[in-house]
Write a protein that binds this ligand. Sequence first.
Ligand SMILES: *[C@@H]1O[C@H](CO)[C@@H](O)[C@H](O)[C@H]1NC(C)=O
Ligand SMILES: *[C@@H]1O[C@H](CO)[C@@H](O)[C@H](O)[C@H]1NC(C)=O
Ligand SMILES: *[C@@H]1O[C@H](CO)[C@@H](O)[C@H](O)[C@H]1NC(C)=O
Ligand SMILES: *[C@@H]1O[C@H](CO)[C@@H](O)[C@H](O)[C@H]1NC(C)=O
Length: 581
Amino acid sequence: MHLKPSQFSIPSLFLPLFLLYSTIHGTLATDASLEFMDPTLPPALPSQTPKCSVLVLHQDFAGTVGSSPVTTNYTHPGDCPAPWTRVVLELSFSASGVHDQKDRVAAVWIDGAEILRTSTPFTINTAAFWKIHKDITRYTALLRRLSGGGGTVSMMLGNSNSNPPGILTANVSLHFYRGALSDKSISTAHPSVKGLYREPADLVIPISQEKASNGSSFWFQIGGNSDMPAASVVIPRNTYRAVLEIFASYHADDEFWYANPLQSEYLQGGLGQPRANGGLRQLYASIDGKFVGGHIPFAVIYPGSINPYVWSPVAAIGAFDMPTYDLEVTPFLGLLVDGQPHEIGLGVKHSQSHWLLTANLHLWVDQWSDAVEAMLVDYRAPPLRVNPHAEWRDQDGSSEIDAEGLLRFIGWVSSSKGNVTTMVRQKVTFKSQVVVQNRGTVRQVEVVNKEAMTVGANRGKNQVVGRVQLFMDAPLQLQMSTVDAAGGEAVLQNTRLYHQLEEVLNLNDNMAVSTSILTDRQDAEGTVLMHDGMPVWGGGSTKSSYKYRDENTCYLRTVDAAGGEVKNDVTSPSCAAVSTV
Ligand SMILES: *[C@@H]1O[C@H](CO)[C@@H](O)[C@H](O)[C@H]1NC(C)=O
Ligand SMILES: *[C@@H]1O[C@H](CO)[C@@H](O)[C@H](O)[C@H]1NC(C)=O
Ligand SMILES: *[C@@H]1O[C@H](CO)[C@@H](O)[C@H](O)[C@H]1NC(C)=O
Ligand SMILES: *[C@@H]1O[C@H](CO)[C@@H](O)[C@H](O)[C@H]1NC(C)=O
């Protein structure tokens, strides 16, 4: 779908603001509580009962900006021992009162290792509640240690309850499952492992701020392009595989990075006041200062960024469970397995203030060896080829930044599993284009974000151990028009949006060959009247469609929402008889 300016009319409303305030606040405020949702594939089957469930943390977050995370000591039920086939984190929230509650960033940690990054909805004139479920089986190493006693679970939610006032209450629960994960009659739950090896890592080491002591969190705050905080780690000498998982969220000047033009002094209204730095960012990591891989992030749209009415009650893609970014760093094990401390650094290329980053280093260790031998044999990591281009006349113009990149790393690890050579190859294609017309009042943003990633492992010359290919395609199209209202005291915005995340995964190991395709798509439009950065009146509609397909399953859920209500919510475990968007 391509949005054309002609599909889009600029309203010529100049309603007095007091009139809007009185009518809208009078009619829309209700006592009912609105449930916000993220319609994705459930991480566990509704028909399954967990072996045990633990309410870990219950907390009211009022004025918590700048304070430390809330931490509790964890106690595991005695009759629920490891191993578990699946573990699900449930985070439930309620937002009190009828006050507007702005979007906030929040996270959950186990013993200082982040396991969920989320953003809260922008509730308008209503009490609200929502639940997030995340499969956290890949953190089994942390959970096993936690269940042994002495561990802690922490949560942080940076809420300012002064303007607007409001309290967010959160419960963190863990559900532990044993036994089979699928059921013949219902679709299987989403597979949690996207990588080569089916087993979760033996160790998960947090790469984060050492201590969440003086008002800061475990997060590293990245102030710009040249910031690269690092954590020192010593890894077991018998590690034979390593994956670095990066958590990221963006704030302040970079909240709308994906829609930033290269030049912006004439832009007004719309997506805040973007800084002119272009719409390209690259998350990356380093070992002892050496670049070891990166990803261009998926543009998670925070509910306060683009017409909050559009995200009521369906959250934007990834807003409730923000995507994390895996780097296969096995080829670099030769740099790490000497028993000495090494610096793992994190950064965001082309960034502005500020990003909040942490990472988890997932390690698989060889029980049958005291130490492995390993060496990096091929390293090709040229910087992204970036091509910026901008043309402006007065307030109108166009700005484009595109990027291409190809990385290749090869390294071998010799352990009791043999001498295995791992090859990582990644190709990225990115473009962000911003066109401004009608004296700065109409803005169109188009983002192309594609990535092809291959990880292959061979034993000896040509015995294939496994191969995984992941193709990601995340297009975004956004059109926004603004017009002054109430004599310039407020701004009326019209927005249309198309956003999609498609992931195709081909997995080939000695157990099976399989392909899975995930397509998560949203089409939305809406109108909002903004006054002092707060929505005072508006409406929106969203169509979302989430489809997951593999050899055995097809799961489709479509949700249509309009005017703050779900109009249509259809789940099809077989993908049949549901019309797609
Ligand atoms: C948690 O455990 C630590 C160490 O045993 C103890 O000092 C602390 O008081 C405990 N916290 C709570 C809330 O029980
Ligand atoms: C949290 O758990 C408590 C105790 O089970 C329950 O009363 C409360 O409603 C829950 N709150 C939320 C937001 O889920
Ligand atoms: C926290 O303490 C560290 C070390 O004492 C200091 O470098 C840092 O600036 C402090 N951070 C804040 C937010 O006060
Ligand atoms: C592992 O294999 C690579 C290339 O196949 C070879 O260069 C290296 O010497 C081998 N390592 C050991 C410890 O055998």
